[in-house]
Write a protein that binds this ligand. Structure first.
Ligand SMILES: [Zn+2]
Length: 176
């Protein structure tokens, strides 16, 4: 059996007791989680997310890239349209993690090889210091004119060895 077949099997099981047809489009927790695609760092598990709780964006390292900035801008625009005059809260929680593959992207030889062979620049997502990366990422959001200042952003590091998330950046509006 292929891995795809295994997963489709699991979906059939999931769909056989499906009870989430009436969930609204806007997530219950009005939160976006940005985290790494690493299979050990699934927010459904580490944060106990249920269906309909939060929007999840995952990429290499859980970094704020230009694509993430565009997604956050588009999402907040959509939420503002749906909220109308009654603007609700909108939180972005960034969770990076220990032993992340993005730390390997910090290797200058790997960076050069990727650039030369594939034309891919991983320097902006490389992680050498987790706390520094989180601060950089919040700064990238703050300096993006398309991201509204009322979004409350926080930053955490998840430890893949003990399951705990540690706060590095306390929740605060981008432009208080
Ligand atoms: Zn990672």
């Amino acid at each position: 059996m292929t891995n795809t077949a295994t997963l489709l099997d699991r979906n059939r099981q999931f769909a056989s007791n499906f009870a989430a047809a009436d969930l609204p489009v806007l997530p219950k927790l009005r939160a976006v989680i940005l985290t790494c695609g690493d299979s050990r760092v699934d927010p459904a598990h580490i944060l106990g997310l249920e269906l309909g709780d939060a929007v999840v964006i995952r990429n290499n390292g859980g970094r704020v890239t230009p694509e993430v900035v565009h997604e956050i801008a588009a999402l907040s625009f959509l939420v503002a349209k749906m909220d109308g005059a009654e603007r609700g809260p909108f939180e972005l929680i960034i969770i990076q993690h220990s032993e992340c593959g993005a730390e390997r992207f910090a290797d200058p030889n790997l960076q050069r090889a990727l650039k030369e062979q594939l034309g891919v620049d991983v320097a902006p997502v490389a992680i050498t210091d987790h706390e520094l990366s989180l601060r950089e990422d919040v700064e990238r959001l703050r300096s993006a004119p398309e991201v509204p200042g009322h979004i409350v952003v926080s930053g955490f590091i998840y430890d893949v060895r003990n399951g705990h998330v540690r706060e590095v950046i306390a929740p605060a509006a981008l432009a208080p």
